[in-house]
Design a protein around this ligand. Sequence first.
Ligand SMILES: [Zn+2]
Length: 382
Amino acid sequence: MIRFCRRCLYPETKPDLWFDERGVCSACLGFEGRKEVDWEERRKEFIEVTARYRAQDGGNYDCIVPVSGGKDSTYQVVRCVQMGLTPLAVTGMTDSLSDIGRRNLDNIAELGVDHVEVTLNPVVRRRLNRLALTEIGDISWPEHIAIFTVPVRMAVKLDVPLIVWGENSQNEYGGPATAQDNSVLNRRWLEEFGGLLGLRVTDLIGLDGFERRHLVQYFYPSDVELEAAGVTGLFLGYYFPWDGYQNALIAQGFGFETFPTTVEGSLANYENLDNYQTGIHDYFKYLKYGFGRATDIANNHVRRGRLSREDAVALVKRHDGKFPWTYLGRPIAEILAEIDMTLDEFRLICDRFTNKRLFKIDNRGKPLRDRDGNLMPLFELN
Ligand SMILES: [Zn+2]
């Protein structure tokens, strides 16, 4: 039987998560540590650090803010502008951009900044999506790479050494203690925590006809280039209290559009609105570890006292891990057709990545599903 955090709903199956002797998870402990932070002091620190990187005489941008057009990146731009910085917003384009995602990306420049969008060859991208889903059970692998490499490449090329990232996901979502306190995002952090699942970009070369020239933007700059440009990546969440819900409220006040209903498999209408493939990404997390996006969101609310643990359990049971028939209203068959995959092929891949210790299987080892296509968990969230 799997064990859950006594304070939030994370299961012990979550990668890199650990529990203390009271049964409290590392994500909750990381959050607890924030209560002792002197945020006034951190704000001053932010002003000091950014002052060192400011462009002389307004001749260049002060920093780069990587933006997806989501609530967090909208908030990052708002905060940087508010702190008197002149950021360049940079987008490494998402896998399968939704209509609402397009409008929210357009809104970024309206915050009063320059905005560069880098569209990575969509023909290559779709083949990467298919390959990554088939090989490592993560359709969003190319996106994870692109959102980290494109802004860093831009920092080197444009000689804007400071990159202001959002939160350190190892803090809110739990991770090794040393990684939680880290205020800097560098290549090491990316390789360890960027969600690359052991597949490196160089592994692709020669596979399925991929050549290096197809993947230029997916390569992280070399250490020599980074050093020459003096690139440093900071987490904004280290300097200002980070809360996705707060960020959504602020973003909305600055023109960010929310979805008309709660997003499928989620508990919110304000996040993961830009990519039609996200439902599949989150579903595979559930297949592998027994929890999905609804758990992540519920936990953020539980830690901040906006939801009781009991209510969170009820909501997560209702929404987490449902077969992703639609995402942002788009039927799965259409989402899969884009990457040249049928629903039958998709189901077989799901079965292959389903954790057989967490879900009921038949006597041939095939995962069992109910009428609605949902798995039958062997564990009970409580
Ligand atoms: Zn916890």
